[in-house]
Design a binder for this molecule. Structure first.
Ligand code: ADP
Ligand code: MG
Length: 387
């Protein structure tokens, strides 16, 4: 039976809405060519000196793209490692995605108030790590934000909530609406819900890395919808960061050690409220979209940390975000924003020697943070040295 064109259109629009957040991420942190051939899901290979082979896989997953590239002693071992990373990411999606009703997190979000819910050890750990970053950022990163994401219609292009909707969503938001007991979690408010938008990709990347632990491989790069994970490289890797308003235009190169790069920004994200472009990042202090102000790319040792912190730093704004990076060992960032004379990149002091403007008409002026000298926060003890 031919389908109703309106239904098809709705479905197509819905699908597009699902994909937009991920597509929009695309060029924020650009995949740098790793010098080998590329091919589709079946993988590619290239001989490396010393007999190791580079293997790559590009697949669609979690409503976005996934690119895995690594070196292994043999092609078979490389393909097996890629397969294992892919499986771990698919499992993370079925644990964390609230775009579907059957994930473990979606089921937790639907649990009756006060009912004790025993979580899988992995989800429990992921939520504990997200809670820890929420505390560390004084709530700028807030994983229990689902009611506000719904109230502002962030998943469907944005809409101004009514005063009643706004207040009721605000009441149901925040980790105070959840009780974490030693072996169970309880939902304390009938509308409380976790939102994985700012930690799901990071958690998935960390899960992929953990799944590879005992296998033989090196020089791993994974790009999951724009967030990068790097591991077991011989030295720092060079990765590109795009203009905040033009994701196809790389303007900066960063040299970073093993860890993860995540970007939060607001361009091309398609969130409009009363015809005005708004950020898809919410400031939990005001329960409203954060001001639009360029983009921030965060490097951290784990992908979950980089993911949570790019969002938190965007909420905090450039000054407080740079102070945060200076006060936290193993966290570096670069903030890209328009200034009176063009684009300005403000980077934390650990990136001073590792951040290079690319030659183009939009090449940013680079400013290195001096917060280390002036911040009332304790100075960091561990600058990023290439490992
Ligand atoms: P992207 O989705 O482009 O990777 P982010 O990592 O910054 O960008 O995540 C933004 C998403 O996180 C939003 O779409 C929303 O789902 C959720 N979110 C928005 N504001 C916050 C916040 N302050 N804390 C935690 N999650 C947030
Ligand atoms: Mg994030």
């Amino acid at each position: 039976m031919p389908s109703d064109p309106r239904t098809s259109l709705l479905r197509a629009t819905h699908r597009l809405a699902l994909l937009l957040p991920f597509l929009a991420l695309s060029a924020f942190t650009l995949w740098t060519a790793l010098g080998s051939t590329r091919e589709g899901p079946r993988g590619a290979r290239a001989a490396e000196p010393g007999g190791w082979e580079r293997v790559e896989r590009h697949v669609a997953v979690m409503g976005t793209w996934l690119r895995i590239s690594l070196e292994a002693p043999t092609r078979a071992e490389g393909l097996a490692a890629c397969e294992r990373a892919l499986r771990a990411i698919e499992e993370a999606e079925s644990r964390l995605s609230t775009w579907r009703d059957d994930s473990e997190l979606a089921r937790l979000n639907a649990a009756p108030v006060d009912e004790p819910v025993e979580l899988s050890p992995l989800l429990r750990t992921e939520l504990e790590r997200a809670r820890a970053w929420s505390r560390e950022t004084s709530g700028a990163f807030e994983p229990a934000l689902a009611p506000l994401v719904a109230a502002w219609s962030l998943r469907t292009g944005g809409d101004q909530p009514s005063a009643t909707e706004f207040e009721s969503a605000r009441d149901a938001c925040g980790l105070r609406c959840w009780a974490f007991e030693p072996s169970v979690v309880r939902r304390l408010h009938e509308r409380a819900g976790f939102e994985e938008g700012a930690f799901g990709k990071g958690a998935s990347l960390d899960a992929a890395l953990a799944a590879l632990d005992e296998l033989s491989w090196r020089a791993l790069s994974i790009d999951l919808g724009g967030q990068l994970l790097e591991a077991r490289h011989a030295g720092p890797v060079r990765r590109l960061v795009a203009h905040p308003d033009d994701r196809a235009m790389p303007v900066l190169a960063l040299r970073v050690p093993d860890g993860s790069l995540a970007t939060s920004g607001d361009s091309e994200r398609g969130v409009f409220v009363d015809g005005e472009a708004r950020s898809h990042v919410l400031d939990p202090r005001t329960a409203s979209p954060a001001p639009r102000r360029g983009s921030v790319t965060v490097w951290a040792r784990t992908a979950l940390a980089a993911d949570c912190l790019s969002t938190a730093c965007y909420v905090l704004g450039p000054d407080a975000a740079l102070a945060f990076a200076e006060a936290h060992a193993g966290v570096e960032l670069v903030w890209l924003q328009d200034g009176p004379r063009g684009l300005v990149a403000r980077c934390s002091s650990g990136l001073a020697e590792h951040c290079e403007a690319l030659p183009s008409s939009a090449a940013p002026e680079i400013h290195v943070s001096t917060h280390r000298d002036t911040s009332p926060l304790p100075p960091k003890s561990e600058p990023i040295a290439p490992r």
